[in-house]
Ligand binder design. Structure first.
Ligand code: SAH
Length: 207
């Protein structure tokens, strides 16, 4: 997601009291940060944060963590969020660092409209490539749940293959999410695609 720099990116991030500044200090201790032992769900690449904020608002018994690597995107997300929520924390880092941040503490991972990296030479950057799946393995409490939405059929096909090669099974797969009765909170990208009549691919994978 390319955005022009927000003037006060640094201030927005630095002053946000629900963005965890040194997340590696909490490895193994996220329960204490949330002050309860509710399950923790993680969105990787939250963009401007509509999805994670609404999910947290609608599901007070689940804790949510929104991860976004670009600080100017994160700053916009913070600016858009109306309030701090007790069950929502944000992380401004790359997904590659997740191995230093959570140790068997996550119950579900959402990948919404992740960058497709269509070129073969960029395959390992896709968030469902094996090196990422190996990192995710150590984040999950026990049962591993990955939920993906994408407009990009190439990334979707790749994910189905990569997830199944890595031991996942599929509870749901749809090539047209909006023509199913699967409950759905939309993301910013998704709203745009729906307006353009583009179908949304959806998978719910379990290991
Ligand atoms: N989920 C949002 C944004 C989709 S765009 C939506 O659906 O509207 C993909 C987002 O993932 C971008 O904001 C990008 O900066 C972020 N991203 C891409 N690779 C990432 C990585 N390795 N770690 C964390 N965030 C990443």
């Amino acid at each position: 997601m390319r955005l022009r720099n927000l003037k006060n990116t640094y201030e927005l991030i630095n002053e946000c009291d629900f963005l965890v500044k040194s997340p590696d200090e909490y490895i193994g201790k996220w329960k204490s940060l949330f002050n309860n032992d509710h399950p923790i769900h993680l969105e990787i690449g939250m963009g401007k944060g509509k999805f994670i904020y609404e999910m947290a608002l609608n599901n007070p018994d689940i804790n949510f963590v929104g991860l976004e690597k670009y600080d100017n995107v994160m700053a916009r997300a913070i600016k858009k969020m109306p309030n701090k929520l007790p069950n929502l924390l944000l992380l401004n880092t790359d997904a590659l660092n997740l191995k230093y941040i959570f140790n068997h503490e996550i119950s579900a991972i959402y990948l919404n409209f992740s960058d497709p990296w269509p070129k073969k030479r960029h395959e390992l950057r896709r968030l469902t490539a094996k090196p990422f799946l190996d990192i995710y393995d150590n984040l999950f409490v026990d049962e591993k749940v990955i939920i993906q939405k994408t407009d990009n059929i190439g990334l979707f096909a790749y994910s189905l293959h990569s997830l199944s090669m890595n031991g996942y099974q599929f509870k749901e797969v749809s090539l047209d999410l909006n023509n199913t009765d699967i409950p759905n909170v939309t993301t910013e990208y998704e709203e745009k695609f729906i307006k353009e009549g583009i179908k949304i691919n959806y998978l719910y994978a379990i290991k």
